[in-house]
Design a binder for this molecule. Structure first.
Ligand SMILES: [Zn+2]
Length: 137
């Protein structure tokens, strides 16, 4: 068996021209094997279902959730531990609170980095001032 390249008509091997479109170009009619390939793509669609365990805490955080979170931010040292625990997240914790805690941690990191940069700049300017004074003596 062979197949017309132009119209896909299946022909017997002794046909020299396609009796449907008149074309003379043929390929081996291995259609039965090649048409099974799409079936292999079906298992790939499974991963989205694995996210469902997190779907339970997709509900928005309430006003009370935010008030508790920010009240606990007022306690020194404990607030760092608490925010990291919330940021790591757990199946029972609301995803919006997890995102809030992550945002707070990022802001802390930015603040810490800015503080380090400013103190380094401050230290250098102090040293240069001391250096200048020595020149004047
Ligand atoms: Zn044809």
């Amino acid at each position: 068996m062979k197949k017309c390249v132009q119209c896909g008509q299946t022909l017997s091997d002794d046909n020299r021209f396609c009796h449907k479109c008149g074309g003379s170009a043929f390929e081996e009619a291995t259609g039965a094997g090649s048409y099974q390939q799409p079936a292999y793509q079906q298992p790939v669609y499974r991963p989205p279902y694995q996210e469902q365990p997190n779907a339970g805490n997709r509900e928005p955080a309430t006003i009370g959730d935010y008030i508790v979170f920010f009240l606990l931010q007022l306690i020194p040292i404990f607030n760092i531990v608490y925010t990291i625990i919330v940021a790591v997240g757990s199946p029972s914790r609301k995803i919006s609170m997890t995102n809030l805690a992550r945002a707070v941690l990022i802001l802390w990191a930015i603040g810490l980095a800015l503080g380090i940069v400013l103190s380094v700049i401050g230290a250098f300017s102090m040293f240069s001032l001391i250096g200048n004074h020595k020149y004047y003596y």
